[in-house]
Design a protein around this ligand. Structure first.
Ligand code: ADP
Ligand code: TMP
Length: 235
């Protein structure tokens, strides 16, 4: 697949067009950002690890009936994907209280929940990705009612599959963020799934194995990413 022109540089990835207009390349960088770019840094080999982890997870989800943008991992840092019309929303699943939910509602991190929580944010860096609900999405046309129903159905299915997948690898899937786009009228999972976009706690010790190590200056960021990668890829 010929890499053609540079399209976009985001916080964690660069996008390139290919000779097939329906496909594009995601290049995974080592750049790390948190709190909407107020904290910036580099995590050595993060791009390689996130590409490898995302590949395994996208394949696992596809194998279990979830449509994803994943086509092929081209090399260490590049993944060929379907180019989608992205929906301007981030979908967050919370299995356990942590992060912004703990802060916003004055709760203890680690508190259990009687049911899984699904949150939406409007994807907009300038506004710090504000939290929104179904009514905002429909009233502002971010997605149609049918698309919204499909996003929720897929997201809960993804949570079931990923919770079991990580449980088998001794990791608790605390929460995660997904992005979706559309291709030929179908809602498709996009972007990446990795320790940048999920919270993983080691079963038993509850040690953080994700980007919170970077966000909170806990040290051992590279080691945590590598360890998650080893468990996910089996390598
Ligand atoms: P950000 O833009 O939030 O800084 P990234 O650095 O990860 O994030 O950049 C990747 C960008 O590519 C994101 O804006 C994401 O919404 C977008 N994207 C992910 N998958 C696809 C896809 N299949 N088609 C088109 N855009 C995509
Ligand atoms: P939060 O607790 O900061 O809202 O994050 C919830 C989950 O979503 C966590 O696993 C990290 C992920 N996330 C992203 O991937 N990108 C984001 O911009 C934010 C705010 C969270």
């Amino acid at each position: 697949m010929e890499k053609r022109e540079f399209m976009y540089e985001g916080k964690a990835k660069k996008l390139y067009a290919t000779d097939d207009p329906a496909k594009m390349i995601q290049y995974f960088k080592d750049d790390a950002s948190a709190f909407n770019k107020k904290k910036l840094g580099t995590v050595t080999s993060k791009g390689i690890v996130n590409n490898a982890i995302s590949e395994v997870l996208f394949k696992h989800l596809e194998d279990n009936g979830v449509p994803t943008h994943f086509l092929e991992r081209l090399d260490e840092r590049e993944m060929l994907v379907w180019k989608l019309d992205m929906l301007p929303i981030e979908v967050i699943i919370r299995n356990i209280v942590a992060g912004s939910m703990a802060k916003r509602l004055g709760l203890e991190e680690g508190q259990s929940l009687s049911t899984t929580i699904l949150e939406f944010c409007y994807k907009c860096d300038e506004l710090d990705d504000p939290i929104i609900n179904d009514y905002h999405i429909l009233a502002l046309g971010y997605a149609t009612a049918e698309e919204l129903a499909e996003i929720k159905r897929l997201t809960f299915r993804i949570n079931d599959l990923m919770t079991a997948f990580f449980d088998e690898r001794d990791l608790i899937l605390v929460d995660f963020k997904l992005e979706f786009g559309k291709r030929d009228g179908q809602v498709v999972l996009a972007d990446e799934i990795c320790p940048d976009t999920c919270r993983f706690w080691q079963k038993g010790s509850l040690e953080k194995m994700d980007k919170d190590r970077f966000r909170r200056d806990l040290g051992g960021v590279e080691d945590a990413y590598q360890e998650v990668c080893r468990r996910v890829t089996g390598g």
